[in-house]
Design a protein around this ligand. Sequence first.
Ligand SMILES: [Zn+2]
Length: 75
Amino acid sequence: MGCVKCGETAYKSVTSEAIELGFGLLVIRNIPCYKCEVCDEILYTGDVVQRIEAIVSEAKQLMQALRVIDYDEAA
Ligand SMILES: [Zn+2]
């Protein structure tokens, strides 16, 4: 796989991604990726991009389900 930035060869690797969700920070670890040896550019395949999007939307739903309820506001 070629680097989109410099055209050098990118090798299989794993990385972490921190995504701001508005109400908190989601960190996804061990994401399979390709990493350029020259400029450290990280490349994801289409499958991985889709998976990350699925994780993000799942996390948003989960965070809403587990949101903190203020004692005085609860019925
Ligand atoms: Zn590069």
